[in-house]
Design a protein around this ligand. Structure first.
Ligand SMILES: Nc1ncnc2c1ncn2[C@@H]1O[C@H](COP(=O)(O)OP(=O)(O)O)[C@@H](O)[C@H]1O
Ligand SMILES: O=P(O)(O)O[C@H]1O[C@H](CO)[C@@H](O[C@H]2O[C@H](CO)[C@@H](O)[C@H](O)[C@H]2O)[C@H](O)[C@H]1O
Length: 468
């Protein structure tokens, strides 16, 4: 296998196998973009990664630009040099960095027939929803904060998300954006199109893999997490004022976010299956949460002091005789919200990336999303308190007090607005469910922080020591 490609995958931000024992077992070309000028080929290749010699396999999408001549302007994106059957020896670049290549992707979307059906085996199929004229002159820019996927903006016209870890089947980000766009939701960026591949090599059968999604570029967007941090900093800077008295009070925004989530949940409930699950399923949910806790204590032994109270929270779940489930976001936090001049938008409906695709489109309790947002309101002031540093003990106590005040004020504003808008009663059943999802999320966060940001592990642990 090509060593240059292996090193490139190993270093990529979106590669989920860091720290594990893995091998790049194959890289196969599954498509080529039409219309490339002489001396350039733009391909899509799928890299197969196998872990620890066992059956645990992942597929990663590599959009590649093969140039006959070196391209200094994208030297930082050079993967290596190897032989191409048409070009001969070629310089190979990560195509998401390359304007020439990305222009071909945009043109392929623009040329798609909005009413066309499926593709044939081994074919790329660009889909387009009617109603948007693409700006084909717009230059592409790769978003620098790329994480699980690569997002490329075309001017201020559209944004393309190239999915990196791909799996046969429907990608919830595409499916949910399509439904919400067609339902006229004002809380998501409109879907413009998506790219399917009918793969004829996955497990010997034909299966569709969704490779990319093109949507409205939200040009006036500010990140919800950044706005929340700015509001906390305002409060911390005003030692004598309360959260409702400082200029950057967030409670109005928190309430508007509650309304936005309620309206998205209503739309999802209308267009995806709504189900009621019986006591056996509630029991399984409690068991899954308990198992996650057991596994988490192995990773974060400090969780053990909270074990009894967490288990009591999960045990309360078992008293419920049913649970209502529907399509949800599945991985919601302030970093998945954008404030635009036209209100709050929710992004990234891919669900929890660690979960198999099939599980991510399964109905779940709407309280999971509510709990995700409430944990985020708890995180924001703790992060500011933790990272602002340089205070004596009295000042630190004061900051902790102010942090709790900010968190409680915004959690309440968000939750009240959500329950009012949805017309759900904040009764005992709701509280039991919300508490269980809050507990489950904080346990998940402890593991996430231990693995990714050990300096922040104290944040979920401190929350466990107080109310959640
Ligand atoms: N339609 C949009 N317009 C402008 N920015 C967006 C839009 N959708 C997402 N973003 C921003 O792009 C970045 C990546 O989006 P996200 O969907 O979270 O990608 P990933 O799946 O890689 O986590 C985030 O910073 C998000 O705020
Ligand atoms: O956005 P992702 O799907 O990658 O989510 C993961 O990373 C999140 C951090 O970026 C993490 O969220 C946790 O930290 C946030 C602040 O950085 C905070 O707002 C969230 O409430 C907290 O859970 C998320 O848990 C993880 O899955």
């Amino acid at each position: 296998m090509n060593d240059e490609l292996r090193s490139y995958v190993a270093e990529a931000r979106w590669f989920g196998g860091k720290g594990r024992d893995w091998e790049l077992t194959s890289v196969r070309r599954v498509g080529e973009l039409p219309g490339a000028p002489d001396g350039l080929r733009v391909t899509i290749e799928l890299a197969e990664v196998v872990y620890g010699g066992d059956a645990d396999t992942e597929l990663y999408q590599l959009p590649l630009a093969y140039y006959q001549q070196p391209q200094d302007r994208i030297g930082h994106a050079l993967i290596g040099e190897w032989h191409d059957d048409e070009l001969g020896q070629a310089y190979v670049y990560d195509a998401v960095h390359d304007r020439e290549s990305m222009a071909l992707w945009l043109r392929a979307f623009a040329a798609a027939d909005p009413v066309a059906g499926g593709a044939g085996p081994g074919e790329l199929m660009f889909h387009r929803l009617p109603g948007h004229e693409f700006d084909l002159e717009a230059h592409s820019t790769l978003f620098s904060g790329e994480q699980s996927n690569s997002s490329v903006a075309f001017g201020e016209d559209s944004l393309m998300k190239v999915f990196r870890k791909v799996t046969p089947g429907v990608n919830p980000d595409v499916a949910i954006h399509q439904v919400l766009t067609e339902a006229g939701s004002t809380h998501v960026a409109a879907l413009y199109g998506w790219l399917d591949l009918v793969d004829d090599e996955a497990e010997g059968t034909y299966s569709t893999i969704q490779l990319a999604m093109l949507q409205q570029f939200l040009r006036t967007a500010s990140d919800g997490w950044d706005l929340a941090l700015a509001s906390v900093r305002n409060l911390f800077a005003e030692a004598d004022l309360h959260a409702d008295e400082v200029g950057g009070d967030f409670a109005g925004e928190a309430a508007r976010l509650g309304v936005a989530l309620a309206e998205v949940h209503d739309d999802l409930a209308e267009h995806f299956p709504l189900e009621q699950r019986d006591a056996a399923v509630v029991d399984d949910l409690a068991t899954a949460m308990e198992q996650r806790l057991t596994a988490a204590i192995d990773v974060v032994p400090d969780l053990a002091v909270h074990e009894a109270s967490l288990r009591a929270t999960y045990a309360a779940l078992r008293e419920l005789d049913h649970i209502d489930v529907q399509q949800v976001h599945g991985d919601l936090h302030l970093g998945q919200t954008l404030r635009t001049s036209k209100g709050w938008k929710i992004v990234d409906f891919e669900g929890e990336p660690a979960k198999p695709l099939a599980e991510r489109l399964k109905p779940d309790s709407a309280w999971r999303d509510v709990a995700g947002m409430m944990r985020s309101f708890d995180y924001a002031p703790r992060v500011v308190a933790l990272t602002s540093g340089g205070y004596d003990a009295e000042e630190s106590d004061q900051r902790a007090y102010r942090a709790a005040e900010w968190s409680a004020r915004n959690r309440t504003a968000f939750l009240d607005a959500y329950t009012n808008r949805r017309g759900v009663e904040a009764d005992r059943t709701a509280r039991v469910l919300l508490d269980a999802y809050l507990a489950d999320k904080v346990v998940y966060e402890a593991v996430y922080e231990a693995r990714n940001r050990p300096g922040w592990l104290s944040i979920p642990l401190a929350a466990l020591g107080e109310t959640r």
